[in-house]
Design a protein around this ligand. Structure first.
Ligand code: SF4
Length: 74
């Protein structure tokens, strides 16, 4: 199974962790809030998706499956 990651804009604290760790997936928008890179893959392997989301210091990254269900990170 593969996963995609969503950014909760209200929770992102602009640490830049996801942008640094996965520049192919995330960038900063004009407000310096993380957003998905346009066209970024939405079929991430589980280890990568969970590792990226777990590393977000504010818990702003949500991992979802193909049925749009949120996956527990821990
Ligand atoms: S790691 Fe989390 S807090 Fe940092 S920029 Fe990404 S979404 Fe925002």
């Amino acid at each position: 199974m593969t996963y995609r990651i969503e950014v909760d804009r209200d929770v992102c604290m602009s640490s830049g962790k996801c942008v640094a760790d996965a520049p192919d997936l995330f960038r900063f928008d004009d407000d310096e809030i993380a957003e998905p890179v346009p066209g970024a893959p939405e079929d991430l392997a589980e280890p990568r998706a969970l590792d990226l989301a777990r590393a977000c210091p504010s818990g702003a990254l949500r991992v979802k499956n193909a049925d749009d269900e949120e996956i527990d990170l821990f």
